[in-house]
Design a binder for this molecule. Structure first.
Ligand code: ZN
Length: 218
């Protein structure tokens, strides 16, 4: 499956809310605990986009947040969505909203829905993407479930999601073929067999603040 993060513009024309924050070193896993099953691979884009809009409307109008609470969202279909996206404070984890990101899994993971292997792999992809794009400090993996955050008083993200957290923290196997380009288009690294660690080591050697684009060519 070709992994990607669907852009915010796929589900809303509104601008992302929250304050600008520097690349954090932690992020927290949540679930929506939504009342209705969403459907897995069979869920349509239209259904997922509508659900994200409804969640945003609840957070903004119902709870007074500046935007949907979370940084990224994952659906049971394995699709990932940009919500507030990188470098934005959130409304997700009391006491940590300006120093962390949040990824939310849509669904109820106490007793109803199941975190599939594909969903775990998508979270790993998100972590990898955030690392190579420098949205996070190097070596940042999902810190824990919401319930483990210092000021949390919640059972979020559900026992079933908690049980998969260790697997989500394992490294993503990146595409076997990809290029890394400087912003001017110059190819600085071309790889057939590079692992996440090699990419991370490579990026660390480069100037801080330089943005690189990793493009999958397979
Ligand atoms: Zn939560």
């Amino acid at each position: 499956m070709r992994r990607r993060i669907r852009p915010r513009s796929s589900w809303t024309s509104t601008a992302p809310g929250g304050e600008r924050i520097p690349a954090p070193a932690e992020w927290w896993l949540h679930h929506t605990a939504g009342p209705k099953p969403i459907g897995g691979a069979s869920a349509t884009l239209a259904r997922e986009e509508k659900l994200i809009r409804a969640t945003r409307a609840y957070h903004v109008q119902g709870r007074g947040f500046q935007d949907i609470a979370y940084s990224w969202g994952e659906m049971p279909s394995e699709r990932l969505y940009d919500l507030r996206g990188p470098f934005r404070s959130g409304g997700h984890t009391r006491g940590r909203n300006h120093v962390s990101y949040a990824v939310v899994i849509f669904g109820e993971y106490h007793t109803r829905d199941t975190v599939t292997r594909g969903m775990v792999q998508a979270i790993r992809y998100l972590v990898w993407k955030a690392t190579v794009e420098e949205w996070v400090q190097p070596g940042t993996y999902p810190t824990g479930g919401h319930r483990q955050a210092p000021e949390a008083a919640t059972s979020c993200p559900g026992d079933r999601a908690m049980a998969k957290l260790a697997k989500m923290r394992e490294p993503y196997e990146p595409p076997r073929s990809f290029t890394i380009r400087k912003p001017n288009g110059e190819v600085v690294q071309r790889s057939g067999e590079k692992t996440e660690e090699l990419v991370a080591r490579f990026l660390k050697r480069m100037d801080v603040g330089t943005r690189f684009k990793v493009r999958r060519i397979r």
